[in-house]
Design a protein around this ligand. Structure first.
Ligand code: GSH
Length: 50
């Protein structure tokens, strides 16, 4: 878990990789997923990865 309000490097990474600073964002194999409903759906389908 990263907090972009507390860690500038994480903030920059989110912007660079994802193109925007919207949260929440889940990185899956280095790729950003932004929408919370998509994130919840993915987490429910991959409980072993939490
Ligand atoms: N539709 C998005 C909305 C997320 C959202 O509004 N995030 C706010 C914080 S709660 C945000 O990151 N605002 C700054 C921005 O969009 O750059 C979701 O449900 O995940």
């Amino acid at each position: 878990m990263r907090d972009i309000m507390k860690n500038e490097a994480d903030y920059k990474r989110l912007l660079e990789v994802g193109g925007m600073d919207q949260v929440p964002c889940l990185f899956i194999d280095g790729k950003p997923m932004y929408e919370s409903l998509d994130i919840i759906d993915w987490l429910e389908k991959h409980p072993q990865d939490i």
